[in-house]
Design a protein around this ligand. Structure first.
Ligand code: PMP
Length: 429
């Protein structure tokens, strides 16, 4: 038995499913989740001290690689001053100043402790500000697990919500309209019918929770347009894309402006941090300035702020994103070429340092239906083959992959050669 198997057995006795977030349980790919003990740069080390080249990067935040010495130093220094005060600290202001300076259209920003809190609070604010209840989201986009957002799509241009999780009241889910990602016509039709009842659209500007699906040209622009026409707010959820696909996230990359932006992951450098911010008039609607309530005992935690500040400093070093993107391009091109050599039908999407591979004959993948039509069994075999080779990919075919600047050319070359070996085995099976 591996140590991970032993630890998983132990965990299952006291934690539902042995994990504190479902995808960690390896349900999609089968097998036992790997329990990690430490991480450094591009690598994770499991409980048996096996090393893995990591392309999950804690689901995105570790853009510098794991345990960057400057970030660790900042965290230790902050921790020595006390772990939490539940009162204002200067580091909150410094991180907020940095976000408002760098980010497009961020006049004011509020810190929370997770992406879920950021999107949940932004939605409440949008509803409070507009005085409207309905929200629009897209099939295959994930914005955390708050009630209004845990609504699954049906089909059709205007699908009224049904709860996708028991426990979400139908009355609440009814206010969530789920449309097809990248279908601008469906958005226009929905807004033509009930635009004046809609508080906001929330969108992943590059969908990273149905593998990796970039927006088709014009899609994000349409969202901006219908919001301007109807008075709804556009919430661009950059929890994953922020400080990841570029310094200014998807909004910088695609040139589309949000009314409210949600952030997480990179801005905490691996500590639990989220944020929502944007237009001054909207943000002034939040307590204590305005009537919409939102709060948090640990929000703006000084240790987390220190990790975030140092991380944001380091990503602004010259050519940081160019380097990160080049590494990602080399990986994606190399794996695609290896698949082609082996005669395995595969396509890939990449935006900046986010990427996804699809086992499919289709030339491109642009929406949830296409993602669902991919060969998940083949992915699962690929996943386990790579795991054996010491490469850690997200344990589900519906997740994006992430690069860090700590990945060396050797790490990337090794990953491609591992993929070549796994493809050969796949071909033979
Ligand atoms: N929004 C997006 C786009 C995300 O990818 C995630 C999580 N991966 C969330 C929100 C929720 O963030 P958290 O898991 O920190 O609550």
């Amino acid at each position: 038995m591996t140590k991970s198997e032993l630890l998983f057995d132990q965990a299952r006795k006291v934690i539902p499913g042995g994990v504190n977030s479902p995808v960690r349980a390896f349900r999609a790919v089968g097998g036992t989740p790997i329990f990690f003990e430490r991480a450094e740069g591009a690598y994770l080390f499991d409980a048996d001290d096996k090393r893995y080249v990591d392309y999950v990067q804690s689901w995105g935040p570790m853009v510098l690689g794991h345990a960057h010495p400057d970030v660790i130093d900042a965290v230790v220094e902050a921790a020595e001053q006390g772990l939490s005060f539940g009162a204002p600290t200067e580091s909150e202001t410094l991180l907020a100043e940095e976000l408002c300076r760098v980010w497009p259209n961020m006049d004011l920003v509020r810190f929370v402790n997770s992406g879920t809190e950021a999107t949940m609070s932004a939605i409440r604010l949008a509803r409070g500000f507009t005085g409207r209840d309905k929200i629009v989201k897209f099939e295959g986009c994930y914005h955390g697990h708050s009630d209004s957002l845990l609504v699954k799509a049906g089909s059709g241009a205007l699908t009224m919500g049904v709860p996708s999780s028991p426990g979400v009241p139908a009355a609440l889910a009814d206010h969530t309209i789920t449309l097809t990602y990248n279908d601008a016509d469906a958005v226009r039709q929905c807004f033509a019918e009930i635009g004046n009842e809609i508080a906001c659209i929330i969108v992943e500007p590059v969908a990273g929770n149905m593998n990796c699906v970039p927006p088709v040209p014009g899609f994000l622009e349409t969202l901006r347009e219908v919001c301007d026409e109807s008075g709804a707010l556009l919430i661009i959820d950059e929890v994953m894309t922020g400080f990841r696909i570029s310094l200014t996230g998807a909004q910088g990359h695609y040139g589309v402006r949000a009314d409210l932006t949600t952030l997480g992951k990179v801005i905490g450098g691996g500590m639990p941090v989220g944020a929502f911010g944007g237009r001054r008039d909207v943000m002034e609607y939040i307590a204590p300035l305005g009537p919409v309530y939102q709060a948090g005992t640990l929000s703006g935690n000084p240790v987390a702020m220190a990790a975030g500040l140092t991380t944001l400093e380091l990503v602004q070093e010259p050519d940081f994103y160019e380097l990160l993107n080049e590494k990602t391009e080399a990986l994606v091109d190399g794996i695609l070429a290896a698949a082609k050599e082996a005669g395995i039908p595969m396509t890939a999407n990449r935006v900046g340092s986010m990427f996804g591979f699809f086992f499919t004959d289709a030339e491109s993948v642009t929406n949830y239906q296409q993602v669902m039509a991919c060969d998940t069994e083949r992915f699962n075999t690929f996943f386990h083959g790579m795991l054996e080779e010491g490469v850690y990919l997200a344990p589900a075919s519906y997740e994006a992959g992430f690069m860090s600047v700590a990945h060396s050319k050797d790490d990337i070359d090794y990953t491609i050669s591992a993929a070549r070996r796994v493809f050969d085995r796949l071909k033979a099976s």
